[in-house]
Design a protein around this ligand. Structure first.
Ligand SMILES: [Fe+2]
Length: 355
């Protein structure tokens, strides 16, 4: 019988950057001519955003944000090491890295032997540097688990979940940001990350995965702002896929950590706020459901609700919720970090096996 540990974290790229660049998402948005001029006036912004900005005049808000996030990752890593998994499955969004014009599946399981990545070589980011002082050419080697990836894809297909699978990544930099950032942050103290990884892509961006180039092309003027792609998988499907993953792995010989990696509402996806700040109220509602043991309600969310709240990446957590619901687990909250300034709210949670 397999053993499973559930973990929820973020892969917020700002944590990789020096403090001075942590609010660069807002800086970029305010340069966009798609944001109405009057909405660029701080007087039109919510008071908590103005307060965070004031607190960040001397970089203190960024330092505090980092302190909370690093603390969350250290606790998650401690639980991971104590559990000592045979492999770590990570649910992560694709942001125009593997899923491009020539093929966009709803889900893809990667059955890899190993993969080399260059996480600091991303165009537009390398000149900002990184907190570890690594060169843009630095190669990070991560072990995969081809047998587990193959087994899981086969079991899901047999159970009527038509996931795709792949033996290689097309992304030029190796592991896409959702996976490599998670690994780097779980190893923030640079002790090494010894666990094989099974990346499990979710088409979280759905109607904007190509249109927004998986990020902010709608703001930077590099794509048609009115283009709409077919949707990603519904929250109910993500929840059910997660449950099927848990059932399959519970019957496997492996000890597995199931990791959902994403921040929740993203400012640059929240059109109703002119992409300036995230939907903090919706995130708080989701957090209350998580903390009170009612996260099975996430199965009833609609794609319209998810997109309205800029919570596209939250679908990774919905996969984890389905898995943990199937196992009868409750969430142990490590931390919940709200922010209007640093693009998104972040949550850290564990779902431990019964002692
Ligand atoms: Fe992401």
């Amino acid at each position: 019988m397999g053993e499973i540990l559930g973990i929820g974290v973020t892969h917020f790229p700002g944590l990789m950057l020096p403090d001075a660049y942590m609010s660069s998402f807002l800086t970029r948005t305010l340069k966009s001519n798609r944001v109405p001029a009057e909405m660029k006036e701080p007087a039109r912004w919510p008071e908590p955003l103005r307060q965070e900005l004031a607190a960040n005049q001397d970089g203190k808000a960024a330092a505090e944000h980092r302190r909370r996030l690093v603390g969350g990752f250290r606790k998650a890593r401690e639980a991971l090491d104590a559990f000592a998994p045979d492999f770590v499955l990570i649910w992560g969004d694709d942001q125009y890295e593997n899923f491009r014009e020539d093929g966009v599946p709803s889900f893809c399981v990667f059955a890899l032997d190993a993969i080399d990545s260059r996480p600091f070589g991303r165009p537009g980011r390398s000149e900002q540097g990184n907190v570890w002082g690594e060169s843009p050419d630095k190669v990070v080697h991560v072990r995969g688990h081809r047998a587990a990836g193959c087994h899981l894809a086969a079991e899901l297909i047999k159970a009527d979940f038509d996931v795709s699978y792949a033996y290689a990544m097309r992304h030029e930099l190796g592991l896409p940001h959702a996976f490599i950032n998670t690994i780097l942050f779980l190893d923030y103290d640079r002790r090494g990350f010894p666990y094989p990884v099974v990346p499990f892509h979710v088409n979280c961006y759905g109607s904007s995965v190509i249109a927004k180039r998986g990020s902010s092309a709608h703001l930077t003027g590099t794509a048609d702002p009115n283009a709409v792609d077919p949707p990603g998988p519904n929250p109910s499907r993500c929840f059910d896929v997660g449950a099927a993953v848990a059932r399959s792995l519970a019957d496997s010989p492996w000890r597995v950590a199931l990791v959902a990696s994403s921040s929740w509402s993203h400012a640059f996806l929240t059109g109703k706020h002119h992409w300036i700040y995230p939907d903090v109220a919706s995130d708080r509602a989701r957090f209350d459901e998580l903390a009170s043991g009612n996260f099975a309600r996430w199965r009833k969310l609609t794609t319209t609700q998810i997109e309205d709240a800029g919570q596209q990446e939250f679908l990774n957590w919905v996969c984890l919720a389905g898995a943990m619901d199937a196992l009868g687990r409750k969430a142990e909250i490590i931390d919940y970090v709200e922010s209007y300034l640093f693009n998104s709210d972040k949550c850290f949670a564990l779902f431990r096996p019964a002692a």
